[in-house]
Design a protein around this ligand. Structure first.
Ligand SMILES: Cc1cc2nc3c(=O)[nH]c(=O)nc-3n(C[C@H](O)[C@H](O)[C@H](O)COP(=O)(O)OP(=O)(O)OC[C@H]3O[C@@H](n4cnc5c(N)ncnc54)[C@H](O)[C@@H]3O)c2cc1C
Length: 290
């Protein structure tokens, strides 16, 4: 199937985007990498009358570090997240996750801002944003810029805290501390497929002791799940097989409302989440891949 007819606006400044929103209202839709929107249009699951191409807005590009924060422009491609030296040094969770996203052709076009705005519950980057305690910056013409904590940004399947007249412009990530570690893993049928279940993690590790963990599961519900019960259980505990068993038990609480989907039952997802938590805790503790 092919997309319904649409008009196309090439924006070269944010003001062009706002002008298109003003002129066309809900009929206008931003296109960034097009790797989610175009398939949805081709399947007639979306039919915007006007596409607003943001690829030529220079200020949406770039990765920079200031005062302990890494700022990543909305147009940063998944491929760039995987190879950028500043990202590797200061936000290595994104480097790790990027290679799990789809295939090179999609990673060459898909953008960080697009992935977060699209809010697919099975996507890697929304979970990484929450695990990294990221802040998402959005701009509208009438209200200016505002910042939204990643943990408050994802409201449901394809549903975020962005208002219809806002554009996501950048993401701020606190740079990783000396005692902090990150780990990422997912289980998929094949490399490049969306995960059946995935886990993005960050925390402070003193010796083998876990502190301030952030464990975020994806592809288990309508949005990424910060596993608060499991995190509380692990606070101040040393890594050991017994600790992993306790964490697996706590997961039952965090994942009690998870959904079955077309491919995987909730029971299987819970089992896979237990497998992932064991692997990821071992990796955080420096025990290598289990
Ligand atoms: C075959 C295939 C496999 C894939 N596998 C995976 C996978 O394993 N994991 C994964 O995470 N993703 C996967 N994807 C999706 C891919 O990563 C997309 O690139 C990404 O989800 C959306 O980014 P985009 O830049 O392409 O956004 P687009 O498709 O351009 O836009 C997506 C949505 O976000 C909105 N939007 C985009 N940018 C902004 C912005 N700056 N401000 C406000 N709204 C904006 C658009 O209006 C649209 O509603 C796959 C895609 C395909 C086609």
């Amino acid at each position: 199937m092919k997309a319904a007819p649409f008009d196309f606006v090439r924006a070269t400044a944010l003001s062009d985007v706002f002008a298109a929103f003003e002129r066309h209202g809900d009929d206008a839709r931003i296109v960034a990498g097009g790797q989610s929107l175009m398939p949805m249009m081709n399947m007639r699951l979306a039919a915007p009358r006007v596409l607003v191409d943001i690829n030529h807005i220079a200020e949406l590009n770039g990765v920079s570090e200031t005062d302990g924060t890494l700022r990543i422009g909305a147009l940063t491609r998944h491929q760039e997240l995987g190879v950028n030296a500043l990202v590797a040094e200061h936000a290595p969770l994104l480097t790790m996750a990027s290679t799990h996203i789809a295939h090179p052709a999609i990673r060459n076009r898909g953008t960080f801002g697009g992935s977060l705005s699209h809010a697919d519950p099975a996507a890697e980057l929304p979970a990484c944003a929450i695990a990294s305690d990221a802040v998402i910056n959005a701009v509208s013409s009438s209200r200016g810029e505002r910042s939204i904590k990643a943990v408050d940004f994802f409201l449901g399947t394809f549903h975020t805290a962005l208002e219809p007249d806002e554009i996501l412009v950048s993401v701020d990530i606190p740079i990783i501390g000396a005692a902090e570690r990150v780990a990422f893993d997912e289980l998929a049928r094949r490399q490049g497929d969306y995960a059946l279940v995935g886990l993005a993690a960050k925390g402070t590790i003193e010796g083998k002791t876990f502190k301030d963990l952030r464990l975020v599961f994806f592809s288990v519900a309508d949005r990424p799940i910060l596993a608060t019960e499991t995190i509380a259980t692990l606070e101040g505990k040393d890594y050991s097989p017994d600790t992993v068993t306790v964490a697996e038990a706590a997961l039952e609480v965090d994942l009690q409302d998870i959904d079955s989907d077309l491919h995987t039952s909730a029971a299987t997802k819970t089992h896979l989440a237990r497998v992932l938590v064991g692997r990821v805790l071992a990796e955080l503790a420096g025990e290598g891949r289990q």
